[in-house]
Write a protein that binds this ligand. Structure first.
Ligand SMILES: [Zn+2]
Length: 122
């Protein structure tokens, strides 16, 4: 017994389309397959079909945030650290330019992270 998705008519098992509305059962199979991926609920995935051994959304979120934040902190720290060391007088302008770039990067990073979080929430 096959139940038509469109009209609810009960058809024979070997029917290729609905007797009442001619809705194709081939199409119905595709629609039911698609339903697995379009429903709001998480699909049930076999252990062997998972792309990663670690399937933890929270960890993925934290590592994702860290991957944005880490270079930002690293280079901010390096700029701050290098600034503290005594410079050769001739190279001071280069240090100052680097410092300005670091501040620009700092502001841009905050804007980018803020934009991501804004899109995530709203
Ligand atoms: Zn039908």
């Amino acid at each position: 017994m096959k139940k038509c998705l469109r009209c609810g008519h009960i058809n024979k098992d070997d029917a290729l389309e609905c007797e009442k509305c001619q809705f194709s059962f081939k199409e119905q199979a595709v629609l039911e397959e698609l339903k697995k991926y379009t429903t709001k609920e998480d699909p049930i995935v076999d252990e062997k079909n998972k792309s990663s051994l670690i399937d933890n959304p929270v960890l993925t979120f934290i590592f994702g945030i860290l991957s944005i934040m880490l270079p930002f902190f690293l280079f901010s720290f390096l700029t701050w650290y290098m600034k503290k060391k005594p410079s050769k007088t001739k190279l001071i302008p280069f240090r100052n330019i680097g410092n300005v770039f670091a501040y620009i990067g700092f502001v841009l990073s905050i804007i980018i992270v803020g934009y991501f979080i804004w899109n995530l929430i709203f």
